[in-house]
Design a protein around this ligand. Sequence first.
Ligand SMILES: [Zn+2]
Length: 118
Amino acid sequence: MHPQLELLLEIQDLKMQRRGLADGTLGAVESDVFDIRVDEALQVLDDKVGELEGRLEDNVRERYELVSGKGPRVVAPVLNGICYGCFVAIATARSSEADRNRRVESCEYCGCFLYYVD
Ligand SMILES: [Zn+2]
């Protein structure tokens, strides 16, 4: 897989985690069972996201900033030739290439970076 794509997936995962923490859907982090407080955990996540964002190449970061302004999802999985960011079929010529995850591609409809699963 393209290292920038890996980086984007990592950033997205951390941001999803942050979102779950911030809105409480991940559960009671402040309970005695856990060794970390929510605000500390959020800070740790923010720092890491910032660090990873700093490693994005300029052209990738430009698109990333554009897409991440719309929501937490920046990388969309592609299954059976359908972008699951916008549920539109992408050109089959692109989706059937063998080295597809070795390049950084984005959906021409929703702008998400594409990650081919099938
Ligand atoms: Zn799309």
